[in-house]
Design a protein around this ligand. Structure first.
Ligand code: ATP
Ligand code: MG
Length: 200
């Protein structure tokens, strides 16, 4: 990888699998491990800030209903913004491999985002489709799509394919981390182990 920026880890997984939960716990653990400056960026939040400032949406969960072209444009702006923050730091990008839009699955890391971010590693946080369905229905803080267990399974399988495609472009490694019910701390410990292994 070039020296344009430090390490970039892309952390993905379908909505409600627990990316943000696992990352918050990982960052807490990483603080005491002498890993240097670790910056956590949520791609959706950066996109939401862009979309809100343009008056396109009022809540982040409205973004996936925007026309796919609009989502692509916002995605492009967010990639540039994140790549610019990454100089000499470890940047963790919490994002989605695929966004389920009314026009079909939209890649979260299309080629231009992959090229802008040039991730070193793509982490796929996974759980069983039943666990994910349960978490979505219990989490009142967000307005996630209701999907059948079959659809969740398909969504998760397609994310694996999308992760490998982005990894092929970036030459990134792909790691699957399981986040089973009640095991977020274990998933966080595995994530920190990976951050440490890949630290330059
Ligand atoms: P999104 O992509 O929509 O932002 P996410 O992958 O970041 O979703 P979280 O918000 O971290 O998902 O978690 C979704 C819900 O699942 C939350 O209510 C969280 O507390 C719960 N959760 C996460 N991990 C676990 C776990 N290992 N066991 C039980 N509940 C969990
Ligand atoms: Mg999240």
């Amino acid at each position: 990888m070039t020296d344009r920026h430090g390490r970039i880890f892309v952390v993905t997984g379908i909505p409600g699998v627990g990316k943000t939960t696992v990352l918050d716990a990982s960052l807490e653990a990483a603080k005491t491990s002498g890993m240097g400056e670790v910056v956590l960026t949520n791609y959706g939040t950066v996109m939401f800030e862009e979309a809100k400032s343009k008056g396109l949406v009022e809540s982040r969960d409205q973004m996936r209903s925007l026309p796919a072209d609009t989502q692509r444009e916002i995605q492009r702006l967010a990639a540039k913004k994140i790549a610019n923050t990454a100089k000499n730091k470890i940047v963790i990008v919490d994002t989605h491999m695929l966004i389920k839009t009314p026009e079909g699955f939209l890649p979260g890391i299309p080629i231009w985002v992959t090229e802008a971010l040039r991730p070193d590693t793509i982490i796929l946080v996974e759980a069983s489709p039943e666990e994910i369905a349960g978490r979505r229905s219990k989490d009142a803080a967000r307005n996630r799509d209701v999907e059948s267990v079959e659809d969740i399974k398909l969504h998760q399988e397609l994310c694996r394919a999308a992760a490998l495609t982005s990894a092929e472009i970036a030459g990134a490694t792909v790691k699957i981390i399981m986040n089973h019910d009640g095991k977020a701390e274990e998933a966080a410990a595995e994530t920190v182990k990976l951050f440490k292994a890949l630290k330059r």
